[in-house]
Ligand binder design. Structure first.
Ligand SMILES: Cc1cc2nc3c(=O)[nH]c(=O)nc-3n(C[C@H](O)[C@H](O)[C@H](O)COP(=O)(O)O)c2cc1C
Length: 196
């Protein structure tokens, strides 16, 4: 097996990152459609496709945008309010045809969201996912029906000027992206046999 240092991964994975510095440049409607189209082609349990999305573009639908913004906790809304588009991902909790728990619904919404991230990177867009929001508020303000559950919120837009961020966020932006080593994550055959 190659050493980890020699392994190349796709640029769409390598270059993606969660920025907090957004430009006010609008996101073209067709680019936004491409994100949802990419999400739509994710795999899902029994092809259930449990993902749903509520989005709002600040210019085109300011009222909807402000409702989404209101769902975010202050630590996120402070910078997220500069992104031209906000999205909420939602999971359908049950199967359409089976009366058993759809344990993988959130997993499958995550796969669809991952597709969106790759498509966004391809288009030069930056998506920042946020768990820091009120799901209860989202259900109420965005009229989400019974049987559906908010999963994650996201900002979408083009990269802005990092120097316009407040000092604490500027520092986070400049910090190197880090990940746990494969030796901590991957096992060969059983838990006690590190693969790397
Ligand atoms: C489900 C989920 C929830 C997250 N919640 C937040 C959040 O509330 N606020 C935030 O600033 N970043 C949030 N993030 C972004 C992570 O902090 C970020 O992905 C991680 O630090 C790795 O950085 P990178 O995406 O630039 O590689 C979230 C990411 C995920 C996947």
């Amino acid at each position: 097996m190659n050493t980890v240092e020699e392994i190349r991964i796709h640029d769409l994975i390598r270059n993606r990152r969660s920025t907090r510095a957004y430009s006010s440049k609008p996101v073209p409607a067709e680019a936004l459609t491409a994100l949802f189209e990419a999400a739509r082609w994710a795999p899902s349990t029994m092809n259930e496709q449990p993902w749903r999305f509520i989005y709002a573009d600040k210019n085109e639908n300011p009222e909807g945008y402000n409702k989404l913004l209101e769902c975010l906790f202050e630590g996120n809304s402070s910078w997220a309010q500069h992104a031209p588009v906000l999205i909420l991902t939602i999971a359908k909790k049950g199967y359409s045809t089976l009366d058993v728990d759809y344990a993988h619904a959130w997993h499958d919404v995550g796969l669809a969201t991952g597709n969106m991230l790759a498509q966004a990177t391809e288009l030069g867009l930056y998506v920042h996912l946020m768990g820091g929001f009120s799901a209860e508020k989202a259900v109420e303000l965005l009229q989400i029906p019974e049987g559906y559950q908010p999963v994650v919120m996201a900002t979408v837009g083009y990269l802005g000027d990092v120097n316009e961020l407040p000092e604490n966020l500027k520092a986070r932006e400049a910090a190197p992206r880090t990940r746990k080593p494969l030796s901590e994550l991957v096992f060969n055959g059983n838990w006690n046999n590190q693969a790397f």
